[in-house]
Design a protein around this ligand. Structure first.
Ligand SMILES: *Cc1c(COP(=O)(O)O)cnc(C)c1O
Length: 495
């Protein structure tokens, strides 16, 4: 029997896995959730000896039930190949008391590659399966890393166009350069004068705009999303938590059945939600430690049960987490509301109209496995320096937020359960902040000079992704206001 996906906001709307991947968002602006979370059909002990690709198949076949074995294995083979600079795909490194799960070995050196290297294959397969003749327009808002990873994944994929909106003043120079140098006939990159939430809201509005939808249809186009709200991104992210558990069994840190904790630097709540789904599949996980930067809306939510986006927005050194509306939290809200789409829709409506909502005590009681914490800019920089000096291991700013919050967690609880820290970006992607933290003396250095210095002090190789953009030509220079996003899309599509 095929797994059914349902809207978080309306009990009537259902889809198969491939339909949910194609649509991205439900027609009422909600998210697709599977009716039940399937169990992993593999004994935990076996995980220690499985490859990344084998685990990917074992996980994904349970969720994407309308894909054939051959289709899925093809997608996996094409995605997790030598685009990654290590055969392990997501290696684990122990530094100090923590295990860093390095999710940045793909083409764009951030964890978004883990899902965005496979999404284009899943999407094209889903389109064939559903006899879609329209050209698919991937419409994406990015806080910096999704954009490049999606552009790299979709560049020159036949039957697709990709349009990326990013906050012009809200991404790192290397992130911006990575995007505006993107090649590919079907790629479009636009900076907006606003922040990530503005970009995300603008994109969601276009998805929900029926008039725009019918114009697109007439012209032979349809939208899909590469944002982490797409189930085709969420499911591939479960894989590395399953793999991490296998690694901890293999290196003897855990015995079969013993729990691990996970620590996730969080923005849109996609990565940490994937770990939560891994637990529902049967992976023993104790705590989900949700780490925020100075934009600590999630920390406050876990403390109080109130989600309130009416607050100042900070641009921090971990820009991919500079988010006040964590879209994927909606899937958790739906679940703790007893899978009740009416209640979930009412909360999301309140978030849109009033900017806040408060869950019931009963709902809050179900969040006891989550621990929310946050790190200030100073704590983040200190942590980078500390890990470098003590362990000679250089972590990026996002990973440092998680590592700092993990310290607070251990301090507060004394919980020594082996912890896996999701290491979400290469330090090379945030070379300036990282080198400032470890104490670089080169004050007027360019980003690329700092990259070279990072190479010298860490002894790690400069990733190809960084070398490639040193000299690449700028191919995209459009900048627009928030309310010009829709006209820009229309212009690109000629509608
Ligand atoms: C996207 C991103 C995050 C946040 O992940 P979410 O799934 O949005 O919570 C953290 N770190 C880096 C480097 C990212 O690119």
């Amino acid at each position: 029997m095929d797994l059914v996906y349902r809207s978080t906001r309306n009990g009537e709307e259902t889809a198969s896995a491939s339909e949910a991947i194609l649509k991205g968002l439900t027609s009422d602006g909600g998210l697709f959730v599977p009716d039940t979370i399937p169990k992993l059909g593999i004994e935990l002990g076996k995980l220690a000896d499985m490859s990344y690709q084998e685990i990917a198949y074992a996980v994904m076949k349970e969720f994407l039930t309308d894909f054939t074995e051959e289709e899925l294995k093809d997608c996996i083979k094409n995605a997790y190949d030598d685009k990654f600079d290590t055969e392990e795909i997501a290696p684990m490194v122990k530094a100090g008391d923590a295990y860093y799960l390095e999710l940045f070995h793909g083409a764009t050196i951030a964890f978004k590659d883990m899902a965005l290297s496979i999404l284009p294959y899943l999407l094209v397969t889903a389109a064939k399966k559903n006899h879609v003749e329209n050209e698919i327009v991937i419409l994406t808002a990015t806080s910096g890393d999704t954009g490049k990873a999606a552009l790299a994944g979709f560049a020159d994929v036949p039957g697709t166009k990709i349009i990326v909106f990013y906050p012009k003043s809200g991404v790192s120079p290397i992130q911006e350069r990575q995007m505006i140098t993107q090649e590919g006939e079907n790629t479009y990159v636009i900076g907006i004068r606003g922040n990530f939430d503005d970009a995300q809201t603008g994109v969601k509005k276009m998805f929900a705009n029926e008039e725009l939808g019918s114009k697109m249809q007439e012209a032979g186009y349809q939208f899909s999303s590469a944002n982490s709200i797409n189930i085709g991104r969420l499911v591939p992210q479960i894989v590395y938590y399953v793999k991490a558990y296998g690694d901890l069994l293999k290196n003897g840190a855990l015995k079969e059945g013993e729990p691990m904790n996970v620590v996730v630097p969080t923005g849109n709540f996609g990565n940490i939600l994937a770990s939560f789904y891994a637990k529902q599949m049967g992976i023993p996980i104790g705590k989900f430690i949700c780490a925020s930067n100075q934009n600590k809306v999630l920390f406050d939510f876990f403390q109080t049960g109130s989600y309130d986006r009416r607050r100042e927005f900070y641009v921090t050194s971990s820009p991919s987490m500079d988010i006040l509306i964590s879209s994927n939290l909606e899937r958790l809200i739906y679940r703790i509301a007893g899978n009740d789409p009416k209640q979930c829709a009412a909360f999301m409506q309140a978030l849109t109209t009033e900017g806040a909502y408060t869950i019931s005590e009963e709902m809050k009681d179900q969040l006891s496995e989550f621990y929310g914490g946050y790190a200030t800019e100073e704590e983040t920089a200190e942590k980078i320096k500390d890990v470098y000096e003590k362990e000679h291991y250089v972590i990026d700013t996002h990973t440092a937020v998680a590592a700092a919050v993990y310290d607070q967690y251990v301090e507060e609880t004394g919980d020594k359960t082996p912890a896996v820290i999701a290491s979400t970006a290469s330090p090379y992607k945030f070379a300036r902040s990282v080198m400032e933290a470890v104490g670089s003396e080169q004050e007027d250095a360019s980003d690329f000079e700092l990259v070279d210095e990072l190479h010298e002090i860490s002894g790690t190789e400069i990733p190809k992704a960084v070398e490639d953009i040193r000299t690449a030509a700028i191919l995209h220079d459009t900048v627009c206001e928030v309310d010009e996003m829709e006209p820009e899309v229309k212009k690109i599509l000629g509608i």
